[in-house]
Design a protein around this ligand. Structure first.
Ligand SMILES: *[C@@H]1O[C@H](CO)[C@@H](O)[C@H](O)[C@H]1NC(C)=O
Ligand SMILES: *[C@@H]1O[C@H](CO)[C@@H](O)[C@H](O)[C@H]1NC(C)=O
Length: 414
């Protein structure tokens, strides 16, 4: 009886502050948020955490790759959260801060559930993500840590004979990553392996007939090669980020528009560095709030390409001050016995930009001249990616950043 009253009290007094849109997302969660004491905007806080961490990674990843890369900040966030859950208290606090994770374990579970339910494959969007802790055979996992990461779908633990059979271990890594990683540091007791592969159908297809070779330019406007450019004329949402002088185009993906791909170029320039260094989470919130549908069709031209990157996440995390995970076995002693002590953390991601889609934009008669786009005039009526551009994939519900990427090397260099 007392328990019932207490539960009722909790449910009554601590209803989270949520918009209708948020309530729809929440109602799709298995784990009932009403059991947590949530007195702030849950989805907003979740997004804020993801953006903050994504941007922290974005800078080192972008600069280390010379602005030609793809990676999944969300996947790294989930993997590192799994390790943080089992780290010794000091390191745990440090990682929670880096990941912007609240100290309340109940809210952390809600964040995890939001994060791990974003990427799943359907007929029209093939998105595959793997998160594995590959650990030496015979290591005994701490059952409460293992239970927590499995229950929250944070990662999968797989064993391999790391200490006595390097060939079998290399084969297992190749199977998990779908790639050979000959230089991987295997000196520890485990490695963190992460992949995200995306190949989706646009909601509105690019015209098949209009993929053609076109010049691609560098920062100074000099032609540095060519790309196969895909073209479509369609209404679309665009946005202007004044602080970064950036133009943003949003194209929906899939039959139910479950994902959106965002593209960004610098207006009147091509240097992406000011965007990479200047972007903040506030600007990302502003961008999403400011996207507007154009009343007229936009001329869209984007290279058809497949971009794949391997990111040495350990090095990137070291840039952010995380050293002890790789150097001090005792910080992972609550994950397993002997300690998990990872020596590597790698991520391989792929993004395919193809012309295939589900529907075709109906042909439109010429607009009466003077019809306004409904957009900031500086955006004009086109989005032509014939010079370095950024792109990223988000889910429509929470706008978590599943993939972030930059393209600056033409397919056919001069
Ligand atoms: C992330 O949040 C912390 C404070 O919570 C702040 O100091 C830091 O600048 C933020 N990082 C980014 C990239 O926004
Ligand atoms: C791109 O689409 C074409 C069909 O238009 C298909 O033949 C090709 O395999 C696709 N490429 C990739 C990388 O998915």
């Amino acid at each position: 009886m007392r328990v019932t009253i207490l539960t009722l009290l909790l449910v009554c007094c601590c209803v989270p502050i949520l918009t209708h849109h948020d309530q729809r997302i929440i109602s799709s969660l298995v784990y009932d948020p009403r059991i947590c004491v949530v007195n702030e905007d849950l989805i907003y806080n979740y997004r804020s955490s993801i953006y903050n961490f994504s941007i922290s990674l974005f800078r080192p990843v972008a600069f280390r790759s010379n602005l030609n890369f793809v990676f999944s900040p969300l996947s790294i966030w989930i993997m590192l959260a799994a390790i943080a859950e089992g780290a010794e208290p000091l390191t745990q606090q440090k990682l929670f801060q880096l990941l912007n994770l609240p100290n309340d374990p109940c809210i952390r579970q809600l964040f995890y559930q939001l994060a791990t339910t974003r990427a799943f494959p359907t007929n029209d969007v093939n998105i595959k993500s793997t998160r594995v802790l590959l650990i030496n055979d015979g290591t005994v996992l701490n059952p409460s840590w293992h239970g927590l990461v499995v229950k929250n779908s944070l990662l999968e633990v797989i064993t391999a004979p790391m200490r006595y059979n390097p060939v079998a271990t290399a084969n297992e890594i190749k199977r998990i990553m779908s790639a050979r990683l000959p230089r991987l540091d295997l000196s520890g007791n485990s490695v963190l392996l992460d992949t995200m592969d995306y190949n989706g159908l646009w909601t509105t297809a690019f015209g098949d007939a209009v993929v053609e070779r076109a010049p691609f330019y560098d920062l100074e406007g000099k032609q540095i090669g060519a790309v196969d450019i895909m073209k479509v004329k369609r209404r679309a949402r665009m946005g202007y980020v004044k602080k970064l002088n950036a133009k943003v185009l949003e194209l929906p993906v899939g039959a139910d528009e479950r994902y959106r791909m965002l593209f960004s170029v610098v207006i009147g320039g091509a240097d992406l560095k000011p965007i990479v260094t200047g972007v903040t989470k506030e600007l990302i919130f502003e961008l999403f709030a400011g996207l507007r549908h154009s009343y007229v069709q936009i001329d869209v031209a984007i290279p058809r390409t497949v971009i794949t990157s391997e990111v040495d996440v350990r090095t990137v995390l070291e840039d952010l001050g995380v050293h002890e995970l790789w150097t001090d076995p005792s910080v992972t002693r609550y994950i397993s016995n002997p300690p998990a002590h990872p020596s590597s953390f790698v991520q391989r991601s792929t993004a395919v930009l193809n012309n295939t889609g589900l529907y075709f934009e109906p042909a439109e008669y010429n607009h009466p001249s003077g019809l306004r786009t409904g957009l900031e005039p500086i955006l004009g009526t086109d989005f032509i990616a014939d010079r370095p551009f950024l792109f990223g994939l988000v889910d429509s519900e929470t706008k978590s950043i599943l993939l972030a990427a930059a393209f600056s090397r033409p397919t056919y260099p001069l």
